[in-house]
Design a protein around this ligand. Structure first.
Ligand code: PEP
Ligand code: MN
Length: 272
């Protein structure tokens, strides 16, 4: 079958996805950064200003959070969206945030420049279909036990509705290893480039679950051909309400950004 996402020839250019003024899938490597969850105005603002200063061009921040335990912090929801809108206006950074429920798409799309489909929802077919109808750029995370084929079909659900603005994001898969939260499938990056014409991102934060492993794995992703990174950053990771163990503080994010440029350049990409 001739899938819309499928790369037709080796020469076919990667589809570019436009998020605000940022082009994903072009010559420039794109870094998305911000907190796992929006916790307060001050937390989001200080993180946004710092990641912007260091070269991130899109802000991430979860308002609706899928948590393993229903008793964990599940996000500030509408309040978080409001803060995201305010800080987007203040900084000029386009923003990406997760949609968990099709009923929230309209409200979220009013603020967000890009909609994230989380790992747990990669095979939520009614959500994928509704996101496809929205025509908003989508960051489609890999399901935690999804094969590349299943993932490509998930993208196809969105694209079949006429939305070709899809970025695939490798975020690690579940294996027998327990030291890391997930196992990053670096080979998935060039494999998806071979199989599809969609841009491919790497999320080394969820991929490793440990901040000390985020930077080396992020650089490996760039070397493997990723079009961009999405990185969790928090002003005080030890106090974070979600994913503190894998969040970089400002100093560690600065170290990453110093090393991104030279690695990108070595594989023919740009990062100012
Ligand atoms: C997240 O980005 O915070 C998140 C929940 O990611 P994933 O869906 O990959 O677990
Ligand atoms: Mn997270």
């Amino acid at each position: 079958m001739n899938l819309i996402a499928r790369r037709q020839t080796k020469q076919q250019a990667t589809t570019t996805v436009r998020v605000g003024d940022v082009i994903i899938g072009g010559s420039e490597l794109v870094v998305v950064a911000g907190p796992c969850a929006i916790e307060s105005y001050e937390q989001l603002l200080s993180t946004a200003l710092e990641v912007q200063r260091l070269g991130a061009t899109i802000l991430r921040g979860g308002a609706y959070k899928p948590r393993t335990s229903p008793y964990s912090f599940r996000g500030k929801r509408e309040g978080g969206l409001e803060m995201l809108g305010q800080i987007k206006a203040l900084t000029g950074l386009p923003v990406v945030t997760e949609v968990m429920d099709a009923r929230d798409i309209e409200r979220i799309a009013e603020v967000a420049d890009m909609l994230q489909i989380g790992s747990r929802n990669m095979q939520n077919y009614s959500l994928l279909t509704e996101i496809g109808k929205s025509k908003h750029p989508v960051l489609l995370k890999r399901g935690l036990a999804a094969t590349l084929e299943e993932w490509i079909f998930a993208a196809e659900y969105i694209m079949a509705e006429g939305n070709d603005q899809v970025v695939l994001c490798e975020r690690g898969i579940r294996t027998f290893e327990t030291y890391t939260r997930n196992t990053v499938d670096i080979a998935a990056i060039p494999a998806l480039k071979e199989l599809t014409h969609l841009p491919v991102f790497l999320d080394p934060s969820h991929g490793t679950g440990r901040w000390s492993l985020v930077n080396p794995v992020a650089l490996a992703g760039i070397a493997a051909g990723a079009d961009g990174l999405i990185i969790e950053v928090h002003p005080q990771p030890e106090l974070a309400l979600s994913d503190g163990d894998q969040s970089l503080n400002f100093e560690h994010f600065a170290e990453l950004m110093e090393r991104v440029g030279p690695v990108a350049k070595a594989v023919g990409r740009l990062k100012e």
